[in-house]
Design a protein around this ligand. Structure first.
Ligand code: FAD
Ligand code: DHB
Length: 395
């Protein structure tokens, strides 16, 4: 028996930041979409991940009328602190970038806001779907087959947006030989915690330390987010809360600084990985966000890059529907990849600057330290870091 068929204009695979933003951007242009998500709504709303939003990401949420809670609860930052040998240097982000700033607001809060607004506006998000399979990508009528609560279903559309993250099914649906993969694995990971304690700093602290990298970020006046570099083979079970706080205390140490600790609400380990596929499209399938590229988190760029992709994609689809233009669709990959590679370079160089590996060649160590010191002393270097960190202008 043939499965029940639904029709839409754009089938979006994945309800992460990329898929959700895309559905809002399309809705603004009067283009229908359906989002298929393999996890439950509760799961995607509590998945703790990134937290730094570039100015451009916030501006886009403003434009879409999706930023009311973000402006109420988000923390606007005008600078960040770099630490070398227990000395802190401030990079005056806003001053160095002609007034741009960043906002700290947890990724899962963005996801909650986007889901609530999409459903309230009559949008369709199907959670807990299984066995998603993309078909007929090289035709004008691609299809998505999947199961929902055991029932086979089919979604027919004009375009498929693969927004299903690094482990999704969209990228593997592209035939072998089409994509070229560029990647690098790093020998370290970040162990991240969310803690119920007031942040011990008003601005983010990135620390290069002989024991390894540490980062103090924030979520709210009551919640702190912190990370330490660990070996990629480390197991979470070997890291008691006390051990984590001790390590953070050592690595974040500086004159006059005291680290407050508190109950750990969540902890996880994320491996560092750089990854890009070219092109980011095949036939009527367009990849966006982590489905097409991954950056190590040191530059705080993953979420922002996902948003930048779907902004380009929504415009290309809109121009196709409005005026039959195919050029923007054809140039989707090229338009995204310029920014993707800029961000790859920035993220990789921030990682190299701030992490120290056991057994590092002492010459390399000295060179990295000299570079960090130079960034802290030279306004031209600091401006370059600031420009990249707050986010490049669109296009
Ligand atoms: P995702 O957020 O991964 O969304 C993809 C969605 O697709 C998910 O909801 C997933 O459940 C769904 N999905 C997957 N497979 C299927 C399928 N077959 N069918 C249907 N749905 C599917 N970035 C930073 O800048 N700083 C950080 O500290 C940071 N920490 C991170 C920690 C972790 C553990 C991870 C995994 C990522 C982290 N990132 C961080 C990266 C950042 O969170 C991502 O770049 C961002 O989530 C990308 O958004 P996305 O929408 O492309 O993908
Ligand atoms: C956060 C994450 C990052 O990857 C980063 O570079 C800075 C802050 C955060 O989760 O707050």
């Amino acid at each position: 028996m043939e499965p029940p068929v639904t029709e839409t204009q754009v089938a979006i695979i994945g309800a992460g930041p990329a898929g959700l933003m895309l559905s809002h951007l399309l809705q603004r242009e009067g283009i229908a979409s359906v989002i298929l998500e393999s996890r439950s709504r509760a799961y995607v709303q509590q998945r703790v991940r990134a937290g730094v939003l570039e100015q451009g990401t916030v501006d886009l949420l403003d434009e879409l009328g999706l930023s009311e809670r973000l402006h109420r609860e988000g923390l606007v930052h005008h600078g960040l602190l770099l630490t070398l040998d227990e000395r802190r240097y401030r990079i005056a982000l806003t001053e160095l970038t002609g007034g741009r700033a960043l906002t700290i607001y947890g990724q899962q809060e963005v996801v909650k806001d986007l889901i609530a607004a999409r459903l309230a506006g009559g949008g369709e998000i199907q959670f807990e779907v299984e066995d998603v399979q993309l078909e007929a990508l090289e035709t004008e009528h691609p299809r998505v087959r999947y199961r929902q609560q055991g029932t086979a279903r089919e979604l027919r559309c004009a375009f498929i947006a693969g927004c299903d993250g690094f482990h999704g099914v969209s990228r593997p649906a592209i035939p072998p030989g089409v994509l070229t993969t560029y990647e690098r694995h790093y020998p370290f990971a970040w162990l991240g915690i969310l803690a119920a304690v007031a942040p011990s700093t008003e601005e983010l602290i990135y620390a290069r330390h002989a024991r390894g990298f540490a980062l103090h970020s924030l979520r709210s006046p009551e919640i702190s987010r912190l990370y330490i570099q660990v070996d990629r083979t480390e197991e979470l079970g070997d890291w008691s809360d006390d051990r984590i706080w001790n390590e953070l205390r050592l690595r974040l140490a500086a004159d006059g600084f005291t680290l407050r600790d508190g109950p750990v609400l969540e902890k996880s380990i994320a491996l560092h990985h750089s990854f890009v596929v070219e092109p980011m499209q095949h036939g009527r399938l367009f990849l966006a966000g982590d489905a097409a590229h991954i950056v190590p988190p040191t530059g705080a760029k993953g979420l922002n890059l996902a948003v930048a992709d779907v902004r380009v994609l929504a415009r290309a689809i809109e121009r196709w529907y409005r005026a039959g233009h195919t050029e923007d669709l054809e140039r989707y990959s090229e338009r995204c990849l310029g920014r993707v590679w800029r961000v790859q370079e920035f993220s990789a160089s921030m990682s190299a600057l701030l992490h120290r590996l056991p057994g590092t060649d002492p010459f390399e160590d000295r060179v990295a330290r000299a570079r960090l010191e130079w960034i802290c002393r030279s306004q031209a270097e600091a401006r370059s870091l600031a420009e990249n960190y707050v986010g490049l202008p669109w296009d």
